[in-house]
Design a protein around this ligand. Structure first.
Ligand code: AMP
Ligand code: MN
Ligand code: MN
Length: 340
């Protein structure tokens, strides 16, 4: 477990003049929002800050990065111009998105690690790992503690992270502090309408068609109905020209169904299978389940990549989910969910 020290992280951030900011591969809304938000805050303080994003971000987030102008690659000589790299929202060193040329261990820079995944295993010069709804919320707290100016643009980016990681304040990580942070971001001028329109009301037609076919043809049930999952075949993606990079939220189409306690998605990534799991009952957390297989994440939202074909991965994980949900089944499960 990484040590956790917000004061040490703050002191480092206050002592640097030039920073590179990076996040995890397959960036999500919190990765984009926390990283771009920190870049904008730093630039406002007169610090040179660059956002290092080797991969394209999901379509719905692209417009948020226009003014930030992320860099795709950084050479050793370019990196030498910076005092530190801030790594945000990235729980594992191997998931850091630094492009094919770099690993975290090789970087010629001290790492400042800020993350809300409690299983964070990144070794860094200074680390702050804490239970928060989003990494963007931690960036907000640093700014508030230090008295850094939050422009409306920076506040919008941090709100993007907070909104996406809480599923718009629906998930169990939505604490009173998360609402307070959101309120402060709105007071700082965050454009909530822009965030919500981008995240929830901008679904491309091909994604809607992909999801329609997924829901009508790929759903399977286990554990007496309390486990709903889908094994998504390659041809489903091909037919709709859809990439799971843009699929943050697809799993919620399964999670939102009545009586479902655990939702799962399985799809091939080369010879491996990417597994995403969500739980909506704290008695049945999916974090410990995937950790048995080397995965990680949060108690209620976790993932793992298994070196198995999708059907075999679904069988292995399904067995564990059945064991976990042993006590919940059918009508009983529905009743317990609806009475919470
Ligand atoms: P996802 O299901 O990909 O949206 O991820 C849900 C959570 O699980 C996120 O917090 C991820 O950081 C974490 N996670 C996903 N895949 C992995 C993996 N292969 N190893 C470790 N953590 C993962
Ligand atoms: Mn993330
Ligand atoms: Mn996050």
């Amino acid at each position: 477990m990484t040590s956790s020290d917000d004061q040490a992280v703050l002191a480092r951030l206050q002592s640097v003049r030039a920073l590179v900011v990076a996040t995890h591969e397959k960036p999500d809304g919190d990765a984009v929002g926390s990283a771009a938000g920190l870049v904008r805050i730093c630039r406002c303080r007169g610090i040179r800050a660059e956002l290092w994003l080797p991969e394209p971000v999901p379509l719905r987030y692209r417009s948020f990065l226009e003014a930030v102008a992320p860099v795709r690659t950084l050479s050793a000589s370019a990196l030498a111009e910076f005092d530190a790299l801030v790594l945000l929202d990235c729980a594992r060193p191997e998931r850091a998105a630094l492009g094919p040329e770099w690993t975290l261990a090789q970087l010629p820079l001290p790492v400042i690690n800020i993350d809300h995944h409690l299983d964070n295993s990144v070794s860094a010069a200074v680390s702050w790992v804490a239970e928060r709804a989003a990494t963007a919320m931690m960036v907000y707290e640093l700014a508030a503690t230090a008295g850094w100016t939050l422009t409306p643009e920076a506040a919008t980016l941090l709100l993007l992270g907070l909104v996406t990681d809480t599923g718009s304040f629906r998930f169990s990580n939505t604490t009173p502090e998360a609402f307070r942070a959101a309120a402060a971001l709105l007071e700082a001028g965050a454009d909530q309408e822009r965030v919500v329109n981008a995240v929830y009301f901008s679904k491309p037609r091909n994604q809607q068609e992909f999801e329609t076919e997924l829901l009508s043809r790929c759903l399977r049930r286990g554990a007496g109905g309390s486990y709903l999952y889908a094994v998504m075949p390659e041809e489903l993606f091909a037919r709709h020209h859809f990439d799971m990079r843009d699929g943050e939220g697809v799993i919620d189409l399964l999670r939102e169904v009545e009586g479902v306690v655990i939702a799962g998605l399985f799809y091939a990534r080369g010879a491996w299978t990417k597994v995403s799991l969500r739980s909506k009952d704290a008695r049945f957390p999916v974090g410990p389940l995937v950790r048995k297989f080397g995965g990680g994440g949060h108690p209620m939202a976790a993932g793992v990549t298994l070196e198995l074909p999708p059907e075999e991965a679904a069988a292995v994980i399904g067995g564990e989910v059945e064991k976990l949900l042993g006590g919940v089944s059918g009508e009983e499960g529905k009743h317990e969910i609806s009475s919470r």
